[in-house]
Design a binder for this molecule. Sequence first.
Ligand code: AMP
Length: 224
Amino acid sequence: MNILIFGPNGSGKGTQGALIQQKYGIPLIETGVIFRDQIARGTPLGALAKAYIDRGELVPDEVTIPMILSRLREDDCRNGWVLDGFPRNPAQAAAVWDALAKEKMPLDMVIEIVLDRTIAKQRIMGRRLCPMDNNHPNNVAIEGMHPVVLGGEDFCRVCGSDGLITRADDLDEVAIDRRHAIYYNREDGTLGAVRFLKEKIPVVEVDGLPGVKEVSTAIMEQIH
Ligand code: AMP
């Protein structure tokens, strides 16, 4: 099962990707996580990516496209994958579409989580990362996803870890607006990538407004 998942930053796309990963036992490949890992390890790729990420801009296609295509060729992807954060523009969509066709790798499903831009922004600013697991959802702006508060300190609502992290780029409104401007751009941005794919195969649109469980049920019902 090879799946692409789309949604603006703040739509819960990462959480839903993780739920699909768990249920189907396939790797979740998140472009943003790969870049942040490279930054943490101090690699040349990380240094290059950091400058773009900090400004809320896309890392250049010449770097991102080959990085993702080679990741999809790794052994653990043989039984399928969920790709989150790629493609983010029509050029990346065309590249992945052609590469999959060339390698006879089917694209089984494309999911689009639809969410209003203002709500997506509030959700980003409320996001808190668990230091133990990137996919433990905590959000001070979403009912039902609040961290546990004890003695004035926040703890992960899933595993109880302390030291929840707020990503610097999650509090930077200018960077958020820039990221959303890329996502919601139907011409050259991510919705342009979705438009490209819609001309090729059916795209499953899911309303991102309800809670994690409802969105997950809506997605899982469509996976066959
Ligand atoms: P994310 O964690 O998905 O919000 O990604 C964080 C940042 O990584 C983005 O704001 C971009 O700077 C960079 N990035 C992630 N995916 C891509 C992509 N497909 N192409 C270029 N840059 C990307």
